[in-house]
Design a protein around this ligand. Sequence first.
Ligand SMILES: [Zn+2]
Length: 88
Amino acid sequence: MLVLCLKQLSKHLCGLCLTTKHQVYQLGTVFDMKRHKTKAREDSDDILDKIMRARRLIFEAGYSCDSDCVNDILAGESLLPIQVCFNR
Ligand SMILES: [Zn+2]
């Protein structure tokens, strides 16, 4: 996942794992390094499905990028409805 594909000022700050804002004070600690491994982001079919569903809502159904229905799909992992050439 590209870091640029993360929503700014959202719940998750890190492009590599699902560390949340309220855990940022632990950055650089041993606990944080373990969390990078246990809660690592993966470019999975589930993520791709969420992005494609959000893109269909935006480009086919006409919802805005910041609409509730798009945010319901993407906000859980701070994703953006962007598809890059590195995706499958
Ligand atoms: Zn991280």
